[in-house]
Design a protein around this ligand. Structure first.
Ligand code: SF4
Ligand code: SF4
Length: 423
């Protein structure tokens, strides 16, 4: 089995964007007439569900499907459940979406769940997993995973996105307060924070060790941070958590600080919206808000065949619906006009070698993709290092034949995991 070591990055070099120097509060999107939240559990028609259409819910109420469910979501508003049904993601993973109609007539105070906040990781795991920034409490509360280092990310991991930088600079005091609470909960000895070197900021994060990240993509991806700043090479098929490192968005710490201040769950998600002309908008929207409400706020018309990308241009994924809800981990949304969408092709590989030269972990992508196209996932892993891929998307970006290499790789990893789980 081949295991690639890290190799230097070749041309082209792609610069990360930097947050604007004059930070302003984000544009708030009004509460929509209905919100949808995702619950990561499949509906089982043989069981009696704990929720039903017409149920009233409080803001911050924990929603579960069944008595024995460990998966949960939180209602971002007080209101009424209108519907819940099956949701399937692009890899066929099934979950449940719940549509909630907000009730704006009742006094907010009486309709909001008050939390008995304690600085305990199991409490956080039980009640705070769905906060803006998607804090990884499930990992931190897992006794089988020993975390020694927490890395707070203020450096965005994809091109064009500046949400994490914005949060890092705008809400520094809340990040410090959140980090203090997290430290008390987890007792993890080392806490670091990533900041782009090019920002040239002198923000004081007290005892949190500052990691200045490089200017070029993909230097802020977790595997690269570990290699360049923590002296750890991520072995093939392993996650940072397996190596004792847990990455957490700065926004998750801001959310944590606010929850412990108010004793109420919070649901305002900050994201960056990039319109068809490249204009960047900073937005604050309640988790569950349909993207269509954000687009109409900025007069963005999404036509047939325009593309909505959730995430950045290198690692994001396209959604087919303008009603896709704002999620806790959604940092960037890009609208691409249909006329400028790069077309993929079914042209075979021309063996130009660009993908191999650009790959930061030196994978022979041209050979790997042949096995993935043939659904030979175990062979792709054993012979061509599928699991060493750090999912930067650079190979797809440079591919002469416009083969959707990144999509093949992500699908291949997913299928490999499924095969192994079945075995
Ligand atoms: S996405 Fe492509 S370029 Fe990036 S690490 Fe994986 S194989 Fe290499
Ligand atoms: S960049 Fe595309 S066309 Fe060139 S070798 Fe790689 S897969 Fe083949």
């Amino acid at each position: 089995m081949i295991k690639r070591s890290f190799f230097s990055l070749n041309q082209p070099r792609l610069l990360y964007d930097l947050v604007e120097p004059d930070l302003k509060e984000p544009e708030s999107i009004p509460l929509p007439a209905s919100l949808s939240v995702l619950l990561p559990e499949e509906i089982d028609s043989t069981k009696q569900a704990l929720i039903k259409k017409g149920d009233t819910v409080k803001k911050g109420e924990k929603l579960r499907l069944y008595d024995d469910s460990t998966a949960y979501t939180l209602s971002p508003v007080a209101g009424t459940i209108q519907l819940f049904d099956t949701y399937s993601d692009d890899f066929g993973k099934v979950a449940t979406f719940i549509i909630i109609k907000p009730d704006l007539t009742k006094p907010c105070e009486a309709d909001t769940i008050k939390l008995d906040t304690i600085e305990d990781i199991e409490f956080a795991n039980q009640f705070l997993r769905k906060l803006p920034g998607a804090p990884p409490f499930e990992i931190l509360a897992n006794d089988d995973i020993k975390i020694n280092t927490i890395v707070i990310t203020c450096a965005d991991t994809d091109l064009l996105s500046t949400t994490n930088q914005f949060v890092g600079l705008m809400y520094t005091d809340e990040i410090k307060a959140g980090a203090k609470i997290l430290k008390a909960m987890t007792r993890v000895p080392k806490i670091c924070i990533t900041i782009p070197e090019a920002l040239n900021t002198q923000v004081n994060f007290n005892s949190i060790q500052v990691i200045k990240t490089g200017n070029f993509y993909p230097s802020t991806l977790p595997a690269m941070i570990m290699k360049d700043h923590l002296n750890m090479v991520l072995p093939a098929g392993q996650t940072p958590e397996n190596m004792g490192v847990c990455f957490i968005r700065a926004e998750a710490l801001v959310s944590l600080a606010r929850v412990y201040e108010t004793r109420e769950a919070v649901f305002d998600k900050i994201l960056t919206l990039i319109g068809k002309d490249g204009t960047r908008h900073r937005v604050r929207a309640t988790i569950g808000t349909p993207l269509s409400k954000i687009f109409s706020r900025f007069n963005i018309h999404v036509n047939e065949q325009d593309r909505i990308i959730i995430g950045g241009p290198m690692r994001g994924f396209a959604t087919f619906t303008i009603h896709h809800p704002v999620l806790a981990d959604m940092d960037t949304v890009i609208i691409q006009d249909r006329d400028i969408i790069p077309q993929l092709s079914d042209t075979p590989c021309v063996n130009c070698g660009k993908c191999i030269r650009i790959c930061p972990v030196n994978i022979p992508v041209n050979l790997l993709v042949r096995y993935l196209e043939a659904d030979q996932y175990e062979e792709a892993a054993d012979r061509f290092d599928l699991e060493s891929c750090i999912e930067c998307g650079l190979c797809a970006y440079v591919c002469t034949a416009r083969i959707p290499l990144y999509q093949y790789i992500r699908l291949g990893k997913h299928e490999l995991l499924t095969l192994r789980a079945d075995a």
